[in-house]
Ligand binder design. Structure first.
Ligand code: 13P
Ligand code: SF4
Length: 304
């Protein structure tokens, strides 16, 4: 461990904090985590921790969700400018208009949304349980915000429902992971299975062998008989996979970077522990409203 990493861990113990880290974070940040995981796992950890403070290393909607699920804790986001652009592609006002057009539809919002949009939703989901969440609802019609790719993927898995799609997307998965990239890697590593994230385009998902959330990829790689994988998601996922499944081989798409996830560095984590800030704030009313769909999502659990 480097001196800075040891300093961070000492501060974490001194402040009775917990460090929650998303799978796309820089290796230096993953290495000092108490827990590294996908959006679903991070939400569950945030809801059940008895630490005094949560140091959240991920994009801002994830840190907001931690506060909503654990409103009595101090939630610290080491770089508040680490924001998910997809979450900005749906607003509460535009969702209200959509709901007025389809009054019989239930609203399922991906966790990659603002607290305001969550507050207007019936239930949230992550990529690990989106189809299960949609199936759990009695409504035949579903408004799915904001990811058009995850929504289209769910529509294929749950054909008995009418899914009204929203035109949001993730630039990293939409534009930096293409069928040609997977084809090129498959030519180099023909024995590999291709595993992609459901935020990828339908063409990429169809070309792949499987689509999973980031932690779903980890579970699959660990349990499968396959030895080699091409990973179609943010490239740092491969660091996590190599660390946790060291006997298998993983190939990343080098240009598949989420620049926002990379704004959090170990230095910023250290500074946030020294200052116990910047912290995440939401009004009590917003927390109460957004908590209902998030807790429903946690109650549904991970998907199949
Ligand atoms: P996961 O829930 O699979 O970790 O995905 C979150 C995300 O932002 C993917 O781009
Ligand atoms: Fe948002 Fe895409 Fe980054 Fe995930 S990878 S946090 S969806 S911009």
């Amino acid at each position: 461990m480097t001196d800075l990493a040891s300093h961070v861990r000492e501060l974490v113990a001194e402040k009775n904090a917990i460090v929650l880290v998303h799978n796309y974070q820089l290796p230096e940040v993953q290495d000092i985590a108490d827990y590294v995981g996908d959006s679903f796992g991070l939400a569950v950890q945030a809801a059940k921790t008895d630490a005094d403070a949560i140091i959240f290393c991920g994009v801002n909607f994830m840190a907001e969700s931690a506060l909503i699920l654990s409103p009595d804790k101090l939630v610290i986001h080491p770089e508040p400018e680490s924001r998910c652009p997809m979450a900005a592609m749906a607003t509460a006002e535009s969702l209200q208009l959509m709901k007025a057009k389809h009054p019989d539809a239930a609203v399922v919002s991906y966790v990659n949304t603002t607290a305001e949009v969550k507050a207007e939703s019936d239930i949230c989901c992550t990529s690990s349980n989106a189809a299960k969440v949609v199936r759990s609802l009695p409504n035949e019609k579903i408004i799915f915000t904001p990811d058009i790719n995850l929504g289209s993927y769910v529509a294929k898995l749950v054909p008995e429902k009418e899914i009204i799609l929203w035109p949001g997307y993730c630039d990293t998965h939409q534009n930096r992971i293409r069928v040609e990239d997977l084809q090129a890697l498959k030519e180099l590593y023909p024995a590999s299975e291709i595993v992609v994230h459901p935020e990828c385009t339908p063409e990429v998902i169809d070309f792949a062998d499987h689509a999973f959330s980031t932690s779903g990829m980890l579970n699959y790689a660990r349990d499968s008989d396959t030895q080699e994988f091409i990973i179609g998601t943010e490239r740092e996922m491969v660091y996590r996979l190599r660390k946790d499944v060291p006997d298998k081989i993983f190939h990343a798409i080098d240009k598949a970077v989420c620049p926002n996830m990379k704004k959090i560095t170990l230095k910023k984590v250290a500074a946030s522990l020294e200052n116990m800030g910047p912290s995440v704030h939401l009004s009590d009313e917003m927390i109460q409203k957004a908590r209902i769909p998030l807790e429903k999502m946690v109650a549904v659990g991970r998907g199949e």
